[in-house]
Design a protein around this ligand. Structure first.
Ligand code: HEM
Ligand code: NAG
Ligand code: NAG
Ligand code: NAG
Ligand code: NAG
Length: 509
């Protein structure tokens, strides 16, 4: 049966409204020469117990966020299995733009696509640009973020670090962009790299790349020191179904131009996010030796006391169980239970929040980077303004597992660590703020006794010198430790992860 043209127009209008396609997103084609084609049968993401789940298709259908236009990596969290960060420079902007619009934009993976195995590509491709990359494309619009505009190398001194320990390609402004590829096998990622390189030809040069992987077996989801990572992520109001204890934030804390983003953005940049990338080496055998050598006195085996010190540095046991809820021993069932493992505030009945570190030291990594009740005010019911300094973490470990020779000699011989990725709408409120104003600040959180809390024992920095950290020993909250730096920054860059519509639109015009 032939339908009248009027009817067809009416029908497609209804369908478009129904599917939310009225949200001005270009149609997606899957047969770009830049994409590895094929159908997925199993998810490219791994749902690790204890982490907030990967956004679901139902969630995506119910939200007013334009998830068709938001790059997937921004909201999926730490669920990637294999990943490649491909840092490039643009040599020939005109040719690059042609391929960006016709071959890359159609295959950039959105949040919507990643929320459903049936629509997941074999390899999820995301792309983000540094400020010099946008300039190379002739895009001079002010995105409203001066840290982004200056580049991360200029920000190194804010974190008391020197670019002399940086990967040389990061120690300037030569990187124009990063292509982030995620899949479940490195073979698929390699195929995708070959397709991209043949698509762009000499219009880009690879400057550097870092491949990263979920850890094997029971270590899946754990960072290189052994702790489950990616548990406490902000829940976006109107998108995520909040888990108990999750920080509920307005979308504009993470997504540029979304609800309550206070900064004015160019219209094409609405639906993006700033990406802070950091290559953070972890000296694992050295860290383990430090824990053994400085294990607090007390009952229990040396290893158990060393584990306690490690847990007090992080604020969680290796399983992810929070020490605020289980201060003296790990509780793996708690660690694996996303309904319970984030449900704490550091405050307890009959407990002096200003001086009691018997559960969690004031300096613990997770307390420094999100002090919960320490800043006062109400946390429940959800207090949206309490989440202004939230970041969406999307990193993944890199480098080989520790070898038996490294562990026997207490010495790192092969680089490993965290390919740290944080998304936020304002770098000055997100990554930069957490590192500089909280982690590296000996007097944060304020109003404590003893007043000097010390630095974050995991990520706090002091120009390569040992960091003074207080409150880690359960028996004496006044005792100080001077802790060598076990996380060594090799730098990174600040990028803007644009809305997908801008990739084929403003950025390739
Ligand atoms: C190699 C470096 C790092 C390691 C080993 C590490 C490890 C961890 C671990 C084990 C957790 C607890 C699990 C979780 O809640 O996800 C955590 C939480 C967190 N980390 Fe890190 N991290 C590192 C770097 C950073 C950096 C550079 C920042 C930001 C400047 C950061 C910010 C956070 C935040 C915001 C949380 C959640 C806190 C909460 O809401 O309770 N981390 N990290
Ligand atoms: C979360 O913690 C509160 C306060 O301790 C408690 O009442 C509630 O039952 C907890 N929720 C879950 C799911 O355990
Ligand atoms: C919400 O949290 C902020 C920051 O932690 C705090 O200053 C404010 O008092 C809280 N609001 C309420 C209503 O408790
Ligand atoms: C490694 O460190 C542990 C803990 O201090 C120590 O017992 C062991 O002897 C060290 N091994 C070497 C080869 O130094
Ligand atoms: C606790 O540590 C402080 C600072 O090192 C020290 O002065 C004090 O004597 C210690 N107290 C006990 C009971 O060991």
């Amino acid at each position: 049966m032939r339908l009248s043209p009027v009817f067809v127009a009416l029908l497609s209008g209804l369908l478009a409204a129904d599917l939310g396609l009225a949200r001005s997103v270009a149609p997606r084609v899957a047969d770009s020469p830049a994409a590895v084609t094929g159908t997925r049968k199993t998810s490219l993401l791994k749902n690790v117990a204890g982490l907030p789940p990967v956004p679901s298709a139902a969630q995506v259908a119910a939200t007013s966020l334009n998830t068709d236009d938001i790059q997937g990596d921004i909201l999926v969290g730490m669920h990637k299995q294999k990943q490649l960060f491909y840092f490039f420079a643009i040599n020939d902007p005109a040719t690059f733009k042609t391929h960006l619009a016709s071959d890359i934009a159609p295959v950039v993976a959105s949040v919507t696509q990643l929320s459903n195995v049936a629509t997941q590509p074999l390899v999820a491709l995301n792309i983000a640009f540094s400020n010099t990359g946008l300039l190379a494309l002739g895009v001079t619009d002010n995105l409203g973020d001066s840290l982004f505009a200056n580049g991360q190398a200029k920000d190194a001194t804010s974190f008391k670090e020197s670019t002399s320990s940086w990967v040389p390609q990061f120690a300037g402004t030569g990187i124009h962009g990063v292509i982030i590829l995620a899949s479940d096998t490195t073979d698929l990622i390699d195929q995708q790299v070959a397709s991209i390189e043949s698509t762009f030809g000499s219009s880009i040069s690879k400057l550097y790349s870092l491949s990263a992987s979920i850890r094997p077996g029971n270590e899946a989801g754990h960072e290189m020191f052994g702790f489950l990572d990616g548990i406490a992520q902000p829940a976006i109001n109107g998108f995520n179904t909040p888990l108990p204890g999750q920080n509920i934030v307005d979308a504009g804390v993470i997504i540029t131009g979304a609800t309550n983003d206070p900064i004015t953005r160019p219209s094409w940049a609405v639906g993006g996010s700033f990406l802070a990338f950091r290559q953070l080496e972890q000296l694992v055998p050295e860290f383990n030796k430090y824990l053994l050598d400085n294990a607090p006195a007390g009952s229990g085996s040396l290893q158990a006391r060393a584990d306690l010190l490690g847990a007090r540095m992080v604020g969680r046991w290796k399983s992810g169980a929070p020490i605020d809820l289980t201060p003296t021993a790990d509780d793996p069932a708690l660690g694996a239970d996303a309904q319970r493992n984030n449900n704490f505030t550091y405050s307890h009945a009959g407990f002096d929040l200003g001086s009691d570190q018997s559960h969690c030291p004031f300096s613990a990594h997770i307390r420094k980077t999100r002090p919960r009740a320490d800043l006062g005010g109400s946390l429940t019911p959800p207090n949206l303004s309490a989440g202004a300094n939230s970041i969406m973490r999307s990193g993944i470990p890199y480098g080989p597992e520790v070898t038996s020779a490294e562990s026997a000699s207490n010495t790192t011989t092969q680089e490993r660590g965290l390919a740290f990725v944080a998304y936020q709408a304002q770098l000055s409120q997100g990554f930069h703020f957490l590192q500089q104003t909280w982690a590296d600040n000996a007097n944060f959180p304020p109003g404590k006794t003893p007043a000097t809390v010390g630095l974050d024992p995991i990520i706090g920095q002091n120009n390569g010198q040992p960091r003074v950290v207080n409150g880690l020993l359960p028996s004496n909250s006044s005792a100080s430790l001077s802790i060598p730096q076990f996380v060594v920054s090799h730098g990174g860059e600040y990028f803007f992860s644009p809305p997908i519509s801008a990739i084929g639109g403003r950025l390739s015009a």
